[in-house]
Design a protein around this ligand. Structure first.
Ligand code: ZN
Ligand code: ZN
Length: 215
């Protein structure tokens, strides 16, 4: 097994079993850079995270993280650049997965100047890219270049493969295109298929990542 897919197996199990606990831990801290946020940030690409974000508790995460970043007065502090990059990556993923409509307008307005300050201060590739993405997403502009307007729906589509679109590799059938919900895997309750044949065909691939979620 490749290292990368081994990591995916571990992260899928982590997401399925620990997301509610990680959110609880995140809420107990008042600083946005913490272990719970780091671990949640590592599982944002899994269908378990999408499922979690569709539930009342998880749906609050985008507003919560934005509020936390907006109210800390970070523009004054010199922070570890990797932490800044990571926390913006997490925020950006939350804004893609949950959308920015749940976020308080006041927090958006308060955070934007901090992000712009960070963009000037942190020049490394990773931080620069994730900070820029957050600015675009919070201000609804394609400000960092032509790509952004297209990138976001693409990222979203990638995240939604197996959630709103049949997970089978070559299939593009979606709930929308057939006018009713896709069938979901009864164990993980996360990935979806258009038909039993496609589910069976994908099982050898999916079974390693299929865990029963505790939420
Ligand atoms: Zn499954
Ligand atoms: Zn299909």
């Amino acid at each position: 097994m490749h290292l990368e897919s081994e990591q995916d197996v571990i992260l899928s199990e982590l997401a399925a079993k620990y997301l509610p606990k990680l959110l609880e831990t995140y809420k107990k801290r008042d600083y946005p850079f913490n272990t719970a946020a780091t671990l949640m940030n590592m599982v944002t690409h899994t269908p378990y995270f999408i499922r979690f974000c569709q539930q009342p508790e998880g749906e609050k995460l985008a507003a919560l993280h934005t509020h936390r970043l907006a109210t800390q007065g970070f523009h004054r502090d010199h922070l570890n650049e990797d932490n800044v990059g990571e926390t913006c990556q997490f925020l950006s993923s939350l804004l893609v997965t949950i959308g920015s409509t749940t976020v308080d307008q006041k927090d958006k307005e308060a955070l934007l100047p901090t992000l712009k300050e960070w963009r000037k201060r942190y020049r490394g590739e990773f931080a620069k890219e994730t900070i820029g993405r957050c600015i675009d997403q919070l201000s609804h502009k394609g400000a960092s270049g032509l790509g952004m307007m297209f990138l976001e729906p693409m990222m979203k589509a990638q995240l939604e493969k197996g959630v709103e679109i049949c997970k089978s590799a070559k299939c593009s059938v979606s709930a929308k295109s057939i006018g009713h919900e896709l069938m979901q895997c009864s164990r993980c309750k996360c990935v979806r298929y258009c038909c039993i044949e496609h589910q069976r065909a994908d099982w050898p691939e999916h079974k390693r990542l299929c865990f029963q979620p505790n939420f």
